[in-house]
Write a protein that binds this ligand. Structure first.
Ligand SMILES: CC(C)(COP(=O)(O)OP(=O)(O)OC[C@H]1O[C@@H](n2cnc3c(N)ncnc32)[C@H](O)[C@@H]1OP(=O)(O)O)[C@@H](O)C(=O)NCCC(=O)NCCS
Length: 203
């Protein structure tokens, strides 16, 4: 069985199959095609996709995109990914809507490098849901997956995403200037990252 070996000498097993993760207010579980309507509610919004490599999608396009992303449930080789729906859990424990999703990509198995991405519906911004979900995903990455380094790439104009990285304890590692012609203009790219030892010793 292949293993990810981290610099600290710890390891985690791949292949890895996504499983549900409960947080205080959310259930993180593999995205399914049944989530397409909820996903469409945020994928259709220009403010949501502004800094995502996505166009604004209509309902049919969003369903097709969700159907494809629902296949991302397994990590084994470089390029594999998990797409986790962030489902709001009601006070009575009843399942609620999917209010966002997170991506976890195995970028480099040999070097235990994992990339994260996140998107939430604006109706649910500003309440710590993204922080809560991303914290659980970092626990997964540095726990079961044995990541050595987890990173996120973003446009520095995406202030909410920058703030999320900083709240999570990620450090700014790199700023590439006009490295991508994105949505009609030259755009900068920043890389934020956190190491396993930073995560385990954070206060
Ligand atoms: C990036 C994104 C997920 C961040 O969402 P967010 O709502 O700002 O982040 P959180 O859910 O963690 O909420 C943080 C806010 O809630 C507040 N908050 C309230 N309770 C909180 C709690 N328990 N924990 C953390 N923050 C809490 C924080 O103070 C912060 O408020 P502020 O925005 O006034 O500073 C969101 O902007 C988004 O989906 N953007 C569109 C998609 C996108 O661009 N994705 C990234 C591409 S790189």
């Amino acid at each position: 069985m292949a293993r990810i070996v981290t610099g600290a000498g710890t390891s985690a097993t791949v292949p890895f199959d996504a499983h549900p993760i409960h947080t205080e207010r959310l259930l993180l579980r593999p995205l399914t095609e049944d989530d397409a309507d909820d996903v469409a509610a945020y994928q259709a919004r220009p403010d949501v996709v502004r800094y995502l490599p996505w166009p604004e999608r209509n309902a049919a396009e969003s369903r097709e995109h969700t159907r494809k992303r629902a296949a991302f449930t397994h990590l084994a080789d470089d390029g594999d990914g998990l797409i986790l729906a962030a489902e709001l859990v009601g006070a009575d424990g009843a399942p609620g809507p999917v209010i966002g999703d997170l991506s976890v990509f195995l970028k480099d198995r040999e070097n235990a490098q994992i990339a994260l991405g996140w998107v939430f519906h604006p109706d649910w911004h500003g309440q710590g849901f993204a922080t809560e979900a991303a914290t659980a995903v970092l626990d997964l990455a540095f726990g079961e997956l044995g990541a050595h380094r987890v990173f996120a790439e973003l446009d520095p104009r995406n202030e909410a995403s920058v703030a999320l990285c900083l709240r999570l304890g990620m450090r700014l590692e790199a700023h590439f200037v006009e490295s991508e012609f994105f949505k009609g203009e030259w755009s900068d790219l920043q890389v934020f990252a956190i190491l396993a030892r930073d995560w385990t010793t954070r206060s």
